[in-house]
Design a protein around this ligand. Sequence first.
Ligand SMILES: Cc1ncc(COP(=O)(O)O)c(C=O)c1O
Length: 468
Amino acid sequence: MNPELEFSPDRMRQIGYRVVDRLVDHLATLPTQRVGTKADPAVLMKAVSEPVPEQGMEFEAVLDQVERDVLANTMHVNHPRFFAYVPGPGNFIGAMADALISGYNVFAGTWISGSGPAAVELTVLEWLREMCGLPASAGGVFVSGGTMANLTALAVARHVKVPGRLEDATVYFSDQAHSSLEKALRVIGLLAESHRKLPSDSGFRLPIGELARRIEQDRAAGKHPFCVIASAGTTNTGAIDPLPELSALCREQNLWLHVDGAYGAAAVIAERGRELLAGLELADSLSLDPHKWLFQPYEIGCVLVRDRDHLRDTFRMLPEYLKDTQLHSDEFNFTDYGIQLSRNFRALKLWMSIKVFGLAAFRAAIERGFVLAEFAEACLRGMPGWEIVTPAQMGIVCFRYSALDDAAHLSLVQTLLEDGFALITSTILRGQTALRTCTINPRTTEADIQAALERLDAFARRVTEPRP
Ligand SMILES: Cc1ncc(COP(=O)(O)O)c(C=O)c1O
């Protein structure tokens, strides 16, 4: 029994080194490993489920089980041949920062409990604000990811623009907007009848003319349009909504412009991204996920709001047991700027990794995502039978094998999952299933892409060509 839940310094070191050794072995051999494994639910639950253990056991035995039953049954989203969904390339400094944060058990909700962390978080938020070109009045908060960033932003939009009755409030977005936005609208009490989900244009963007028409139509019908949601890099195709035009329309119509840049906004630090993302700086609120294209381990998302006071007006509460935190006006309490009170010090991993690698390395790593997607597109164009559905855009390419129907494309994904060499997943564009690659891992090589596509091609041919 160990009722103090504690170990001697020597044993703690031993345990820590064991973890680091396993981690380093895993990361160093990642390119030669399977891209991951999805276990059969019945088999896996049998291996893992057990009555709560009354007595403890050796750490090493538990670690063995973690590796065997748990971590082995994951997709390695940082694997250089994981091209599915949005990869999570991560980085080792970020992982070590997470270990530090957990070890110190940092509380990053108030200045009184975490002044150093708050100073770092304010600094990193200021870096992101500047990168995105938002004015000095802007501020933000780190949250768990894009879903929570979108929820936080839309809660602020609602608070500022429709503080009273919600019944007639209407909100506009395209059929390419991420599902987390509709989820967020549901959470803040805006039901489906208030959503205006407009069919996207031929480039998968929010159509500005149709948007203006719908706003006018809603006003004429006595509705209260209050918010437009734009995407700065859609999950499906990497499309960027026309941000400058949307901002002009929103200003003219007194609407809140939220930009979901959870996937794409980080690309603003690279030259190509900066050009494509012109107008990002015009957002009233902006989501940006460092755990995607800024190479951080989960979970770190960020929401920036053009006027930081709007965040405080939306979220600040003053219960009697937090009075001590509010005595000095120059002290910054992050709990006043978001939903959480107890919160993790997420900013540390981004701060440490930018300090260790330098922003230039991040810029080059993002540029590489663009280049790799173009390489994938060029490979596919050179492979007979394959057609490009959407060309390389913000690190994403969508494509099909002409001779295969939708169901066969879904089967190809299952074949890739079983094969384990690389993973590419599907989506639906204009009612048709397409395969989709997202190449934002800077450790991916051209050879990884070529080999993955050749293997996919062989699987597609196996379905269509009769066997000799
Ligand atoms: C454009 C966009 N918005 C929001 C999200 C949700 O982010 P998270 O999974 O971090 O909650 C994603 C996730 O891929 C995304 O691509």
